[in-house]
Design a protein around this ligand. Structure first.
Ligand code: SF4
Length: 257
């Protein structure tokens, strides 16, 4: 396990997101030790606005230590408006090997559920089985864009090995929880050669799949047939989901003319 070295205080926590499939969200950590190199959009934004100085700074997470106090203040005000509170958009709530982040996320989800609000959770870490004891209306997801562990180490260096992520998700599914997978940002074959069918077979137990193309990466546009590739990949996801009774959402801009 790794120790948190930085703690911060925030004035507000819950906010409404403009992201297409999101409702309300919260980010109770600044930075993310997973250090994804696609690159990570959250990192680019935080660096641009001066919230973090460098990639190294980003990879050393700062925990918002007054998270639970802020939830006590804000939940009474927000709870009637929130359909689903998402953890998180600019960090990872179950950051791999950071127990303090994981404990804070679990405590936050308990508090949110106690206010009658359900949560959706997305991670590249390992979802704890304790989540199965919380509201069965919660939705637990992992990001999985490849089953190639060499690629995972190169592009998501601080994240959990993909198999560990998926095993934890499956355990929650087996315990009766709603589960989902985000296959985003999906890379082109010049970044990693892989078989989409193998990836889909691995995640065939989930209730929902979100699929989206890789953006902000020069390599993608260097792949001459990237538009056709993303159109074909999206079609493969939709076909698979229809065949297996899985709901899906294809992110805007993934399918193009
Ligand atoms: S897990 Fe998400 S927030 Fe963390 S570095 Fe990767 S893309 Fe960014």
């Amino acid at each position: 396990m790794k120790k948190i070295k930085k703690f911060i205080q925030r004035k507000t926590l819950i906010y409404k997101t403009e992201v297409e499939y999101g409702d309300y969200t919260m980010n109770h950590v600044l930075g993310c030790s997973h250090g994804c190199l696609y690159p990570c959009y959250a990192y680019l934004q935080k660096k641009r606005f001066g919230d973090v100085k460098s990639y190294k700074d980003w990879c050393e997470p700062a925990l918002v230590e007054n998270t639970l106090e802020l939830l006590d203040e804000e939940l009474p005000r927000f709870k009637s408006k929130i359909q689903m509170l998402h953890l998180c958009f600019t960090t990872d709530p179950f950051m791999y090997q950071y127990k303090e982040v994981q404990d804070m996320s679990l405590a936050a989800i308990k508090k949110i559920n106690a206010a009658g609000v359900k949560c959706s959770v997305l991670t590249k870490g390992v979802l704890p089985i304790e989540l199965a004891e919380l509201s069965k209306d919660n939705e637990y997801g992992v990001t999985l864009i490849s089953t190639n562990e060499t690629f995972r180490k190169r592009m998501e260096p601080g994240s959990a090995p993909w198999k560990k992520r998926l095993d934890a998700l499956k355990a929650l599914h087996n315990a009766g929880c709603k589960t989902w997978v985000s296959i985003e940002p999906y890379p082109t074959p010049n970044i990693v050669k892989q078989d989409m069918q193998k990836l889909l077979d691995e995640v065939s137990f989930v209730d929902c799949i979100i699929f989206g193309r890789m953006n902000y990466n020069k390599e993608v546009t260097l792949y001459a047939e990237h538009k056709k590739f993303f159109n074909d990949s999206a079609a493969e996801v939709m076909l698979f989901c229809n065949k297996h009774g899985i709901s899906y959402h294809i992110k805007e801009g993934t399918i193009t003319d």
